[in-house]
Write a protein that binds this ligand. Structure first.
Ligand code: URP
Ligand code: ZN
Ligand code: ZN
Ligand code: ZN
Length: 510
């Protein structure tokens, strides 16, 4: 039988054994390697009432403190997933995971905060925000919101101000695809970018050319390709590259920071790399599916198996994934999300005769920390510090909540994981905490295991058991003018002065 360093008793949903309780206010994480984005050292971490109060070697504590031995293990900031869709109504149905089940899955995988996308209701940001406030009531971990902008008028512009100044939102997502539902055009994109700039909010784009996607879909249907592979064939990487390039150039024209979500292709990645090399403030977010999988699953003869891989932009042919990994190592891409947006086999089967009706989205919130560790750290592509940066710290910095989140420092929130590099993980729909019935990583095994998750100062995951309380998660307000905006005003001033005075022309004699 396995020796358990943390606790002899199993901790269930209902009650805890042996003194480790969900409400335990004092915890000492002892003897682990504490890793931050720029430094690591062997130290103890002392937590009191949800906050980290000491980080140093050899902390002595009394009997009222729960002690976790982390010797030989990594003690790191809990993951922050910058891209999720919980309780999301999309393509005529709603995701299987809500804020309770999706967050439970997150915690079991070492993620302690996520930022979800509020979708407006009939274009109204306020109505959308209120709906998401309700959805998030049963939260078991901390969360923040991005806001999508799906139409444009003076009311929307006003509501963006309210979101930033009163509601704790500092980012707005513009969909350049999903024509007829969420998609906006270039005129709106420009208005949106200008408004984001004036508010100190980050403009985000789903970068695919939605007009061309529609054309690609028509082409596939005409050719009689109606299965899930038609999804990938109808929206090739060139359409992602085109939209990424367009968004980048429009953001440069407005001079505002840009965040490209779910970068799935070499085409899009290279546009981001090029812009960054020119000095433009562009952030590229690959997602786990695009980093570790290729498109082969979409050609599976079993419909349900193939349909589970349908997401947009599509998971690309082998080669794109390796290139995205390399770009992450090199710093051309900055942080990893999931785009967790799960539909079960029944929901996916809405598109059994027509790939255009398969609800788009894949899982990942529970798997991200493990798969990024295995793919990037175990393979030697990045350091452990870089792992912390791309899974947690960089997200906290971009969305302006560092070092409250994304760090193990005195005063930071006690969102912490203990990862055992010598243990291993295995992924299966039969053991996952997500409510969906499939997993795109089914059967995958790897090195490294999140053995303990501490969220908000509570031990919520230990001995493969969750100990969570609905409603314990807090809404984290994201303030505007994060680091991406620093110095932008100087660039604007230089631009204006570079225009010089208009040329004075005299009328030549005719
Ligand atoms: O297929 C996807 N990505 N579904 C979620 C919505 C989005 O575009 O992020
Ligand atoms: Zn015990
Ligand atoms: Zn998207
Ligand atoms: Zn998404």
């Amino acid at each position: 039988s396995e020796v358990n360093q943390f606790c002899e008793a199993k901790i269930g949903y209902e009650e805890s054994g042996c003194g480790i309780s969900a409400s335990s206010s004092k915890i000492l994480v002892k003897g682990g390697t504490v890793v931050n984005a720029h430094h690591q050292e062997v130290a103890d971490v002392f937590i009191e009432d949800g906050t980290i109060v000491a980080v140093r070697p050899n902390i002595e504590v009394g009997d009222d403190v729960t002690v976790l031995d982390a010797t030989g293990k990594y003690v790191m900031p809990g993951g922050i997933d910058p891209h999720t869709h919980l309780a999301f109504g999309f393509m005529g149905t709603e995701t299987m995971d809500d804020f309770f089940s999706g967050q439970a899955a997150a915690l079991a995988g070492g993620t302690t905060m996520h930022i979800d996308f509020v979708i407006p209701v009939d274009g109204s940001l306020i109505v959308g925000f209120e709906a998401y406030e309700k959805k998030a009531k049963r939260s078991v971990m901390d969360y923040g919101f991005h806001m999508a902008v799906t139409k444009w008028d003076d009311t929307v512009a006003k509501e963006m101000e309210i979101m930033v100044n009163e509601k704790g939102i500092n980012s707005f997502k513009f969909f350049m695809a999903y024509k007829g539902s969420l998609m906006i055009n270039d005129e709106l994109l420009l208005e949106g970018f200008k408004k984001c700039k004036s508010l100190g909010a980050v403009a985000m784009v789903h970068a695919e050319n939605g007009d061309a996607v529609l054309e690609g879909q028509k082409r596939m249907i005409e050719l009689g390709i109606t299965g899930p592979e038609g999804h990938a064939l109808s929206r090739p990487a060139v359409l992602e590259g085109e939209a990424t390039a367009r968004a980048i150039r429009l953001a440069a024209f407005v001079n505002t920071p840009l965040y490209v979500v779910h970068v799935m292709s070499i085409d899009a990645m290279e546009e981001i790399a090029k812009a960054r090399k020119s000095g433009q403030r562009v952030i590229g977010e690959p997602v786990v599916s695009g980093l570790v999988l290729d498109d082969s699953g979409l050609w599976d003869p079993d419909f349900v198996t193939a349909a589970k891989f349908v997401m947009s932009p599509p998971i690309r042919a082998a080669g794109h994934n390796k290139a995205l990994q390399a770009a992450l190592s090199a710093g051309f891409l900055q942080l990893v999300g999931t785009d967790h947006c799960v539909f079960n086999s029944t929901q996916k089967s809405m598109g059994i005769d027509d790939f255009r009706k398969i609800p788009n989205g894949v899982n990942g919130i529970e798997e991200r920390m493990h798969l990024v560790w295995d793919t990037m750290v175990e393979s030697g592509k990045i350091s452990v510090s870089d792992y912390v940066r791309i899974t947690s710290t960089e997200c906290a910095r971009i969305f302006n909540i560092y070092p409250r989140k994304g760090a193990i420092l005195v005063g930071s929130d006690a969102d912490i994981i203990i990862l055992n590099p010598n243990s291993s993980f295995e992924i299966s729909a039969s053991t996952q905490h997500s409510r969906t019935d499939t997993n795109i990583y089914e059967g995958r095994q790897g090195k490294g295991k999140v053995e303990v998750t501490i969220a908000g100062g509570r031990i919520v995951w230990i001995n493969d058991e969750l100990k969570i309380t609905a409603g314990s998660g807090k809404y984290v307000r994201l303030p505007p003018y994060g680091y991406l905006f620093e110095g932008m005003d100087k660039v604007d001033a230089m631009y204006i002065s570079s225009l010089k005075a208009p040329v004075k022309r005299s009328r030549s004699a005719v």
